[in-house]
Design a protein around this ligand. Structure first.
Ligand SMILES: [Zn+2]
Ligand SMILES: [Zn+2]
Length: 662
């Protein structure tokens, strides 16, 4: 379709369809593995699965001259519900009135439903199928020719004669028996967009404000309980409760009371601690204060009289282990290609996922009104980041996604109240090197993601900047970019482009996981997807500076969404640290699973992982001597739970130099 390429309002999967041939694969695959610090070809080239045609289309779109009649007119909802239930259906009638210049013969009116997830495609061919759409006008002599142009886009061509100023087009979406199916993810203000190509040259302009309806959650299906991962004996710990529907949307609690019980998550015997409140009044708040028992690894289960149940993550009672902060540093709202508002995103992160720190990272140039060209949207994100930031309780970070189709995606985080959107479509910030150089004046960090595969893999010929990119996102909804032997590898993974390959070339990177949620569920992307991602920061405090320092020091581990407890040292040094070579280094590991543990893999440079069977235990503590390490080696841990939960420690890096020289 001629209109199609003019406005980049497609979800990510559509980009995959635009992919060309193998392209520049050879350029990056010549990078051979070696353990000496960072050699290989000079930086340059492109990602092995780069999509230069997407960048060309985006740049072209920015240049397009729009006619005065493009994007003109008004539209209103004449009939239809203001609120609908996620996964339900509805029928809406819209009345569009042409602007002062009308729509020329051959021009178009376009109707775009929220372009992501599960809204019905507006279609005009099957009256009884969902999304059937009727269009009509009273303007005598005007003929309307509707056709579905894309998954969520209906175009209506004006023929016969021009639609004159003030003349109306009436459009009923969901006019047939099937109505129009509603997205299964809840959001306040789900958007219907209209656009006009007034002169018929194939270039459209959006009407500035979308029409909106609220999509509300379905009935509660699951209780979510969150405990601190580590607690001191005798202290007071907070249990957080929330309810979600079958798609992970925050749901109202049907009951006023829930019964709580302790669950053992270790091999200790004897009675469970007695002090748990038998019944909590959920109307009084979703937080319950618990006295931490003297010892053990415990979880809490809850049930309501209606049969709703849930079980918390494990809590290790320990006087020694540092507390763990949990966060999600990558996700999207409806300001780019996600579901829900920035405020809804942060509220969910705080109240449902019970995260300690979170970033919203909408795309620089992707979405209906991209951040790079709509400063009001960036301003709204800044406003919400500030409004939700509560140091000591809940840390919000300002960020965006540098969505490079040439060198791979990175998210940019600012550990401050403000920072610029440096767009990857802008030739001034086209390469990772240009981005990093421009970010140096700011307290910023960057994170490569889905780096091994689709939709665009990382061009690792640009060595991760040692100041600005200390860690990498190895797992998200897209799957794992760790290694080919990882569970649930990212789609389209490219041999040689995994994070382990990059470590083998001598790069120093810690590991985090992030959700990359597009369904409005930061911290809980795994609820409605096979995979998610979380970042764990042992020993960090809930402030922006402490989170930044933990990431810079690689005191971090990754999970694919589970709150697995993972603590490890190598010769006494913590994960992510630089250790001297050793003849017989001592590895100490403590793990508590959200499900029984199946396997611990010890991964190191140049050899297949060594696996230890964890035999379905919930909690494991072990010490063992591992084979000698030499400068350039790395060692990291991968823990697998029954049910697919996986955690990765940041690597220990072996070097004879002191850390400052790395
Ligand atoms: Zn991305
Ligand atoms: Zn993303």
């Amino acid at each position: 379709m001629r209109l199609r390429a003019r406005l980049p309002i497609e979800p990510l999967p559509a980009v995959r369809r635009l992919r060309g041939g193998p392209g520049l694969l050879a350029l990056v695959l010549v990078l051979a593995g070696c353990n000496s610090p960072v050699e290989g070809p000079a930086e340059g080239g492109l990602s092995p699965n780069a999509l230069p045609e997407v960048v060309a289309a985006l740049r072209q779109d920015l240049e397009l001259p729009r006619h005065a009649s493009d994007g003109a007119g008004t539209v209103a909802i004449a009939e239809g519900p203001a609120r609908v239930t996620a996964g339900g259906s509805g029928t809406w009638t819209f009345v569009f009135r042409a602007g002062p210049l009308g729509i020329a013969e051959g021009g178009w009116l376009l109707f775009q439903v929220s372009p992501f997830w599960n809204w019905s495609t507006p279609q005009v061919s099957e009256r009884h199928a969902p999304g059937f759409t009727e269009v009509a006008t009273d303007a005598a002599g005007v003929v309307l020719e509707p056709e579905t142009l894309d998954r969520q886009l209906l175009g209506i061509r004006v023929t016969g004669r021009a639609l004159a100023a003030g003349e109306a087009v009436r459009l009923t979406y969901g006019a047939g028996a099937g109505g129009a199916l509603v997205d299964r993810f809840a959001e306040t203000g789900s958007q219907f967009w209209f656009a006009v190509d007034g002169d018929g040259d194939g270039i459209r302009g959006l009407l500035p404000e979308p029409l909106t309806v609220d999509v509300t959650a379905g009935p509660a299906a699951l209780l979510l309980l969150t405990l601190p991962s580590v607690a001191r004996p005798g202290e007071t710990a907070r249990l957080r409760l929330a309810a979600v529907d079958g798609a992970g949307n925050q749901a109202a609690l049907p009951a006023a009371q829930a019964a709580l019980t302790w669950q053992r998550r270790d091999d200790a015997r004897g009675p469970l601690p007695p002090d748990l409140p038998r019944s909590v009044d959920l109307a009084a708040g979703m937080t319950v204060e618990l006295e931490v028992p003297a010892a053990g690894v415990l979880a809490v289960s809850a049930s309501t009289p209606e049969g709703l149940t849930g079980t918390s993550n494990p809590m290790v009672v320990s006087a020694d282990l540092p507390p763990v902060l949990w966060g999600d540093l990558h996700g999207h709202s409806n300001l780019s290609d996600g579901t829900g508002s920035p405020a809804g995103y942060f509220r969910y992160a705080r109240d449902v996922a019970a995260l300690d720190f979170v970033a919203l990272t909408d795309h620089d140039h992707w979405g209906i009104q991209p951040l790079a060209t709509h400063p009001g949207n960036w301003e709204e994100i800044r406003r919400q980041v500030a409004a939700f930031h509560a140091p000591g309780e809940f840390v919000t970070l300002l960020g965006y996604e540098w969505t490079s189709w040439l060198h791979g995606h990175r998210h940019v985080l600012y550990f401050a109240d403000d920072g610029p959107v440096l767009s990857s479509v802008d030739p001034a910030y086209e390469t990772p090197r240009q981005l990093w150089d421009a970010l140096r004046p700011y307290p910023a960090l960057t994170f490569a993601h889905h780096s091994a595969g689709e939709p665009v893999a990382t061009n690792w010929s640009y060595a991760p900047d040692p100041q600005l990119e200390p860690v990498t996102e190895i797992v998200s909804v897209h799957g794992s970019s760790e290694a080919a032997d990882s569970p649930r590898v990212v789609r389209g993974a490219l041999p040689g482009n995994f994070v382990r390959d990059v470590l083998e070339r001598g790069h120093v990177l810690g590991f985090i996981g992030s959700g990359d949620t597009h369904d409005g569920h930061p911290g809980l992307a795994a609820l409605a997807n096979p995979n998610g991602g979380l970042a764990a920061l042992p020993g960090a405090a809930p402030s922006r500076e402490s989170v930044r320092q933990a990431l810079v020091a690689r005191r971090a581990y990754a999970t694919n969404g589970t709150r697995t407890v993972l603590a490890a040292t190598l010769d006494g040094a913590g994960m992510g640290q630089v250790v001297p070579p050793s003849e017989s280094p001592l590895l100490a590991v403590e793990v508590a699973g959200t499900m029984p543990l199946s396997r611990l893999d010890i991964v190191r440079a140049g050899t297949p992982p060594e696996s230890i069977d964890l035999e379905g235990r919930w909690h494991v503590r072990l010490e063992r001597r591992i084979a000698a390490t030499a400068p350039g080696d790395f060692v990291y841990l991968r823990v697998l739970e029954e049910g697919g939960g996986t955690a990765w420690s940041s690597p220990f890096f072996v070097d004879s130099h002191p850390p400052a020289l790395r």
